[in-house]
Design a protein around this ligand. Structure first.
Ligand code: ADP
Ligand code: MG
Length: 311
């Protein structure tokens, strides 16, 4: 087990230096973001290190995606500032962020299902030739990206015919096609198979070797630890801890995600009541056409005053 976690209350972090000497390429300083009455971020400091993977951990609703959307031009912060290469950065759109070399793979897929893979990847950034769009070059680059991601997807396949994991690969390919120097990945592996995750991690290692900085978010904590160089934990819009990989373990992450009162050992004692909801053999159709059905869940049972059980 590791040594004591470094708890960093927001007020104390404001003027604090980065946790190590690695060069900080992009930083958020005292960033807040409110959506009406919801204060999603409450004075967050966040550093992205050059050529390294900074992983952002936190429970659902902690503010991870909001912070990433601010770093990538989707949202403007309510207050606070962004600093790129030591200079204040003002970005008002994802296009402006991309011009600065910052791209994001969104948690929610943002592909046009009725368009093919090639057109999704180059949408809004078409490669122009003397006689209009150079589709052949786009297709060549698309094939190269698919080869890099070891995915056998034809560039002309409509996205709606791909399974969810493959759609996520297309989303990743689109971000890679931009050649960003800062790449934000918000839950990129949620629909990927184990072998696809392995390939993505290989790609991340290659990107790091080329000096690309990665910001990585995942609910798969152990998996994320495999590639993490720096860990940052957000809880209720506040940064609760940061540390380099060598100083942390799974318990450190969970403790900082949920607070000091966590207890992984003993389930709470509850009396199981009557069945309130029971779903059996829930299945959903695979992406695209065809008659195969994917069994998603054999049985969900929700009882009064109990946890949901799933088999
Ligand atoms: N566009 C929005 N409008 C209103 N509330 C939002 C919006 N985006 C996020 N929130 C709220 O901000 C909080 C943080 O959300 P989010 O950043 O998505 O968390 P996470 O990615 O850590 O799960 C949540 O309470 C969420 O409901
Ligand atoms: Mg999120």
């Amino acid at each position: 087990m590791q040594t004591e976690a470094r708890h960093v209350p927001t007020s104390a972090t404001r003027d604090r230096a980065a946790p190590d000497k690695t060069e900080v390429v992009l930083a958020a300083r005292d960033v807040t973001k409110s959506f009406g009455a919801v204060h999603a971020l409450k004075g967050v400091n966040f550093d992205v290190h050059r050529g390294q993977v900074t992983t952002l951990f936190g429970e659902n609703g902690a503010g991870k995606s909001t912070l990433m959307k601010i770093l990538s031009g989707v949202h403007l912060p309510t207050s606070g500032e962004l600093i790129l290469d030591g200079k204040p950065l003002a970005i008002k759109s994802t296009v402006e962020a991309r011009e600065q070399g910052i791209s994001i793979i969104h948690q929610e897929l943002s592909l046009a299902p009725n368009m093919n893979v090639r057109d999704n990847i180059f949408m809004g950034r078409e490669i122009m030739g003397p006689r209009g769009v150079n589709f052949a070059e786009e297709e060549r680059q698309c094939r190269a990206l698919m080869a890099e991601l070891e995915e056998d997807i034809d560039p002309l396949t409509p996205v709606e015919d791909l399974r969810l994991g493959q759609q996520q690969i297309v989303e990743i390919a689109r971000a890679l096609s931009v050649n960003s120097r800062i790449l934000i990945m918000d839950e990129p592996t949620s629909a990927l198979s184990a072998s696809e995750v392995e390939v993505l991690f290989k790609v991340i290692h290659d990107l790091k070797a080329r000096g690309v900085s990665i910001v990585y978010i995942s609910h798969h904590l152990e998996e994320a630890l495999e590639i993490t160089d720096h860990a940052v934990v957000l809880r209720d819009g506040v940064m609760t801890a940061y540390a380099p990989r060598a100083e942390i373990d799974l318990e450190w992450i969970v403790r900082n995600m949920v607070g000091e009162n966590f207890d992984l050992g003993s389930p709470p004692e509850v009396e199981f009541g009557d069945v309130a909801l029971s779903i059996r053999n829930l299945s959903v159709p695979p992406a695209g056409r065809g008659f195969r059905w994917w069994i998603g869940c054999r049985w969900i049972c929700v009882r009064a005053r109990s946890f949901a059980s799933m088999v």
